[in-house]
Design a protein around this ligand. Structure first.
Ligand SMILES: [Zn+2]
Length: 225
């Protein structure tokens, strides 16, 4: 499957399972007001970064991707799951309890449970990381294929690092004490157990951290060359 952006394929399930997976049996709830606000803020920050900086790196003009249901959230146990190019999101929990980008319809979506779990376990940096990573896939979809790395997931991590660091330099994002640790903790939860070998792999923990850090240190250009 190449729904490019199953951000955290292997781990969402692990996280759920390790917590006794309340989301898998309980009725779905809408996102909490705090999570809604944090996600809305993250979307604004990430989108503003690309609005400002797209033309620093690429030709043509930036177009904002859409968000499923306007906020991006969907409830994994509801009857209103996102479809991508006519294909319903699969029953596989790794797909349902996750975040993704739909290249055919150019929208981002994330399950309430997936965002909520990371938000509670890791902190608000989780929300920013997921948003910036998925946005990275939308950016990839806007690029000439020659600029899209075979390791698409690691490139999306790199773009996420470039985005969050760039927004910080722009002054649209402030890193609070502990945020760096939160990002590392998030990537530890999201890393594959094995190193990257295949385009659908996300890379192991050190690969993901290195990719994110490359974007932080070198900016967008370091991710696309
Ligand atoms: Zn991804």
């Amino acid at each position: 499957m190449r729904r490019a952006a199953l951000a955290v394929a292997s781990t969402a399930t692990l996280i759920c399972a390790s917590l006794g997976s309340p989301a898998l049996s309980a009725p779905a709830d809408p996102p909490s007001p705090a999570l809604q606000q944090e996600t809305s803020d993250a979307v604004d920050v990430v989108n503003e970064f690309w609005e400002i900086h797209w033309s620093d790196h690429f030709t043509q003009s930036y177009q904002q991707p859409a968000l499923f249901g306007s906020s991006g959230f969907y409830e994994a146990e509801s009857s209103r799951l996102p479809t991508c190019d006519g294909e319903l999101l699969g029953d596989d929990p790794q797909e349902k309890y996750n975040a993704f980008y739909c290249p055919d319809e150019d929208f981002l979506a994330w399950s309430v449970d997936f965002m909520d779990l990371g938000f509670n376990m890791v902190g608000d940096s989780w929300v920013y990381l997921i948003t910036a990573h998925e946005w990275g896939h939308a950016i990839q979809a806007r690029l000439d294929v020659s600029l899209v790395d075979t390791a698409e997931e690691l490139q999306a991590d790199c773009l996420a690092g470039a985005t969050l660091q760039g927004a910080t330099e722009d002054g649209t994002l402030t890193w609070e004490e502990g945020d760096t640790d939160e990002v590392v903790s998030a990537l530890q939860k999201l890393g594959d157990t094995t190193p990257w070998t295949h385009p659908e792999d996300h890379g192991d923990v050190s690969e993901r951290i290195n990719a994110f850090d490359m974007g932080v240190q070198g900016g967008v250009d370091s991710c696309v060359t």
